[in-house]
Design a protein around this ligand. Structure first.
Ligand SMILES: NC(=O)c1ccc[n+]([C@@H]2O[C@H](COP(=O)([O-])OP(=O)(O)OC[C@H]3O[C@@H](n4cnc5c(N)ncnc54)[C@H](O)[C@@H]3O)[C@@H](O)[C@H]2O)c1
Length: 309
């Protein structure tokens, strides 16, 4: 199949690209390299350095490549930046996404997979949250992702297009950007390997639902292979892990005894998150297979290799 992956030079997108190529698909990547890296880009994929916000440029890529399937991973992903500059966040995550969905519809693509987020939910009423949990996002980022989900729903209702929305928990693994604000495993790993004292925002009790990147990739492949699917699905383990537990697991994997520094909790961040992925288990037969101890060790080993002289 001909597959277009937006954000295919980024952390999750590049792993999706590798897996698609491995399965024998033809892959085209659109990425503006704003946070993605050329060296994460699989050389077997065709690459366009372009922004999803440029409708005409994107239209040319669709016309040249005629994708049958679209995996939309390009995004402005910083919660903090979405609070500081909500217009830019909306430009990339709403307008950019609508551009991708509109062109997918015009070209008769079989399905769009959209990388959404647990940030679409409000502060939890029940945990783990399922897909019917109230979605009153508390950040610009969560709001823009929710708006893009709404557009996909509208394209499905009005034009009969098909889509899979994945609401990802906290995804971690090799190639995650350790300079970002999220990606706490990558941030802690790199800082500890450099002998720095990582900062925990809040008291360390904030929880997230961590999923290793290979598990997310297998869900993306399963979404491609399931015919006639149109679904919104959480991808999480249903388990809350605190910031302090993650700090400790990374510390153990690195083999250091460094202590954290504590700073004020940041606005726009929920206190507790865990996701019920029963829908993905039922529809895609998806099960996360990598436990945090193993995934964190693999991530730390990646950063050790990447930092070796
Ligand atoms: N990492 C997580 O824990 C997580 C959790 C929930 C959702 N997500 C979503 O998954 C997707 C991938 O996230 P990631 O963690 O791999 O981040 P990433 O920053 O590594 O990947 C995003 C990619 O999109 C590209 N990009 C950004 N703006 C673009 C634009 N205007 N046009 C074209 N390309 C653009 C970047 O250069 C980058 O390669 C994003 O949509 C993100 O919102 C990630």
């Amino acid at each position: 199949m001909r597959v277009l992956v937006t954000g295919g030079a980024g952390f999750i997108g590049s792993h999706v690209v590798d897996a698609l190529l491995h399965e024998g698909h033809e892959v085209t990547v659109v990425d503006d390299l704003s946070t993605g890296r050329r060296d994460h880009l699989n050389p077997a994929a065709r690459f366009y350095q372009a922004s999803v916000t440029d409708f005409d440029g994107l239209a040319k890529v669709f016309a040249n490549e005629r994708p049958e399937f679209v995996s939309h991973h390009a995004a402005q992903k910083s919660v903090r930046d979405s609070m500081a500059n909500p217009s830019f966040d909306a430009l990339v995550n709403v307008v950019g996404s609508v551009n991708v969905f509109e062109l997918s519809m015009r070209h008769g693509c079989e399905r769009v997979v959209f990388a959404s987020t647990s940030a679409v939910y409000s502060e939890p009423v029940d945990l783990p949250m399922n897909e019917s949990h109230p979605a009153r996002a508390q950040s610009g980022y969560g709001t823009s992702k929710l708006a893009a989900e709404g557009y996909l729903r509208f394209y499905g209702d009005v034009y009969g297009t098909r889509h899979v929305v994945f609401r990802y928990g906290n995804i971690y693994g090799p190639r995650q950007d350790p300079k970002g604000e999220a990606g706490v495993v990558a941030i802690f790993a790199k800082q500890k390997l450099e002998g720095q004292h990582p900062t925990i925002y809040g008291d360390g009790a904030k929880t997230r639902d961590y999923v290793f990147v290979s598990d997310v990739v297998s869900a993306n492949l399963a979404a491609m292979e399931s015919v006639n699917l149109s679904e919104v699905m959480n991808l999480g383990r249903g388990i809350q892990v605190t910031d302090y537990e993650i700090f400790n697991l990374v510390r153990r994997a690195v083999g250091s005894d460094i202590q954290p520094v504590y700073a004020d909790k940041r606005p726009g961040e929920a206190d507790r998150i865990s996701l019920d992925a029963a829908r993905a288990a039922e529809v895609l037969k998806w099960r996360p297979t990598v436990a945090p101890e193993e995934g964190i060790q693999r991530t730390v080993d990646y950063f050790k290799d990447a930092m070796a002289p």
